[in-house]
Design a protein around this ligand. Structure first.
Ligand SMILES: Cc1cc2nc3c(=O)[nH]c(=O)nc-3n(C[C@H](O)[C@H](O)[C@H](O)COP(=O)(O)OP(=O)(O)OC[C@H]3O[C@@H](n4cnc5c(N)ncnc54)[C@H](O)[C@@H]3O)c2cc1C
Length: 244
């Protein structure tokens, strides 16, 4: 039975980035990464448009946060959005250093464009293959860490829970048909979206919300977005409605 300090379920952009962050935080730990597909086949590759980040002096974290919250119809976790907009420019530069070939302006700066609900030129892109290039950059970077051990094409079917703590997973090795228990001191779920629960979606067949189902079956209540706190930015909404 394999055992890790950290086990990441998911080999998309979120999962690989989490695995790298874990070994960078502590190079002595062992990180397992389980993915039901080869990581480069994760759904992240389908993202074309780009990634928003405040990259110009005339832009601001506040407007990026507001555009993001408004784009979510005020359902986003606003504390997470605030943290996200501050991290985003750092991550864009990090991606650059890891080899992501961002499209550039003539002066050499990373290009930005208005996209994805942004009210200003804020979306960085790598031609029309942003997701592919970002995933490639983190995947290749992950290869330099021998502490990250991959279990490709292994389908997690259950979370192992002991004393109300997740202590690992059960995974079906799709090559052999064998079920394995993989234990860990901490488990990160980064299993992507659940577009396939809807009748119409641009998500591929792979996006079936497995992480949410795994957590729900393990007894974790799923948060109803409909109940997210709307108070913090409600004044902005009121002001912008009045302006319209
Ligand atoms: C057509 C399209 C265009 C998009 N364009 C943009 C864009 O321009 N900009 C933008 O920011 N976002 C865009 N998105 C959204 C973006 O692609 C996703 O939000 C993001 O890629 C999700 O990354 P992720 O790592 O969370 O999930 P994914 O890349 O989906 O990875 C999920 C991982 O979990 C693994 N996994 C899932 N279930 C299991 C299981 N049971 N057992 C083991 N492993 C499992 C999978 O194998 C995979 O490795 C777009 C999405 C679509 C569909």
């Amino acid at each position: 039975m394999e055992s890790y300090d950290v086990l990441v379920v998911g080999g998309g952009l979120a999962g690989i980035r989490a695995a790298i962050a874990a070994v960078e935080a502590n190079p002595r730990i062992r990180v397992g990464m389980v993915s039901k597909v080869y990581p480069m086949r994760s759904h992240t590759v389908s993202a074309e448009g780009g990634a928003a980040a405040v990259m110009r002096p005339e832009d601001s974290y506040e407007t990026h946060a507001f555009d993001t919250i408004k784009g979510s119809d005020y359902l986003a976790d606003q504390d997470v959005v605030e943290a996200f907009v501050r991290e985003a420019p750092i991550e864009i530069i990090q991606m650059e250093h890891w080899g992501c070939p961002w499209s550039r302006d003539e002066d050499g700066k990373i290009s930005v464009r208005p996209f994805g609900g942004m009210t200003t030129w804020r979306t960085c892109f790598a031609a029309d293959k942003s997701g592919f290039h970002m995933l490639h950059a983190v995947f290749q970077t992950s290869l330099k860490y021998p502490q990250i051990i991959r279990h490709d094409e292994a389908f997690v079917t259950k979370l192992l829970v002991e004393d109300s703590r997740c202590v690992g997973v059960v995974a079906l090795d799709m090559k052999t048909g064998r079920f394995d228990a993989i234990t860990a001191r901490s488990v990160i779920l980064a299993t992507g979206g659940l577009g396939r629960v809807y009748a119409f979606t641009t998500n591929g067949n792979i996006c079936t919300g497995d992480g949410m189902a795994l957590a729900y079956r393990a007894g974790v209540g799923l948060k109803d977005m409909e109940t997210t706190s709307r108070t913090k930015w409600s004044w902005v909404r009121a002001t912008s409605s009045r302006a319209r």
